[in-house]
Design a binder for this molecule. Structure first.
Ligand code: 13P
Ligand code: SF4
Length: 320
């Protein structure tokens, strides 16, 4: 439901009064993406969080993202409109589990996806997101063992691209992306034989797509593995090149930003039930309350934040 122009005007007015900047992830509800000052993928939003001038950041996304903004900008007030907006992937690797895993491989370099709690980041050598995971692992000397967590599909993608044998991958997954599986992808690809395929590497089908391409069931030229931010860039390029249809394998909130970027392309979800209920906990009404009442404030213990910051800053430095 569109909350309307009066809501949007009130949100921007309150943001000005509170000296707040509103950041929104690509999976947020369309109205929230449209009212935000910045929309992007996890890496872009982490970078923006370090450069904004406002004293308050209102993070419309899930909890680990708001926590990452707080870790990077401890002097700022960071708010999330509903602190209960979690992430099943972040829940699949606890700090205790990571400590136990590290004890088995004391000389390994630990790479963690940003979809993790601050406590897990504090035990991590270098973080990554879906847009830089390959570069981050490639930056680690070839003779060093890598522990990669928590996402098994992203880990398998990185290992395949780099052909890296000394890389152990944790068995976690995001329930939304795991549900976008190979069978669904194959059926949709057969239905739209001329469509390009944008596949988020967290998807269950990211491994199957390589297999299907290998068997000839899928033309490898149709398949692109992209983070959500890279999908937006690729959509713009595709529109200029005359691409007509794109099948999108990720959370369905993404389609809104893609249509804005490339209105002449017909974007269709590979699985149109792939909606993240955590992302959708951030509603227009809660965003307004967040600005009115300055809640929910994100707090990260100072010692945890200091250790976690080092791993996130190492990631941000890559590619700059
Ligand atoms: P990116 O925005 O980095 O592609 O991550 C997707 C995701 O699942 C975040 O929860
Ligand atoms: Fe977490 Fe998956 Fe939701 Fe992203 S889509 S926030 S990985 S549960």
């Amino acid at each position: 439901v569109d909350p309307g122009p009066a809501w949007a005007a009130r949100v921007r007015e309150l943001a000005d009064q509170r000296d707040a900047v509103i950041l929104a992830h690509n999976y947020q509800l369309p109205a929230i993406q449209d009212v935000a000052h910045h929309v992007g993928d996890s890496l872009a939003l982490s970078r923006i969080a370090t450069t904004v001038e406002q004293s308050t950041i209102v993070f419309c996304g899930v909890h680990f993202m708001a926590e990452t903004a707080k870790i990077l900008s401890p002097q700022k007030r960071v708010l999330i409109p509903d602190a209960r907006a979690g992430c099943s992937l972040a829940d699949s690797l606890t700090a205790e589990q990571l400590a136990g895993w590290k004890a088995q491989y004391p000389d390994a370099v630990v790479v963690s996806y940003v979809n993790t709690t601050a406590a897990v980041k504090a035990l991590t050598d270098i973080c990554c997101t879906s847009s830089n995971a390959v570069e981050v692992v490639a930056s680690i000397p070839a003779d060093r063992t890598v522990l990669f967590g928590p996402d098994q599909f992203l880990g398998a993608h990185v290992r395949r691209v780099l052909d890296r044998k000394n890389m152990h991958v944790w068995g976690g997954e995001c329930h939304v992306h795991a549900g976008i599986n190979g069978a669904t992808l194959a059926a949709r690809a057969a239905e739209f034989p001329d469509a390009q395929l944008f596949i988020h590497p967290e998807c269950g089908c990211s491994t199957s797509a390589v297999y299907l391409a290998g068997t000839g069931a899928l033309d490898p030229k149709r398949v692109e593995f992209l983070s959500t931010g890279q999908m937006v860039d690729e959509a713009t390029r595709g529109q200029a090149a005359g691409v007509k249809t794109v099948l999108v394998a990720t959370e369905i909130g993404m389609i809104h930003q893609l249509r804005r970027a490339a209105p002449s392309i017909d974007f269709r979800a590979v699985n149109d039930r792939a909606s993240c209920s955590y992302m959708k906990m951030i509603t227009p009404a809660k965003l307004l309350t967040s600005l009115e009442e300055l809640r929910d404030e994100v707090i990260v213990p100072v010692d945890v934040a200091a250790k976690a910051r080092a791993s996130v800053e190492r990631m941000i430095a890559i590619g700059q």
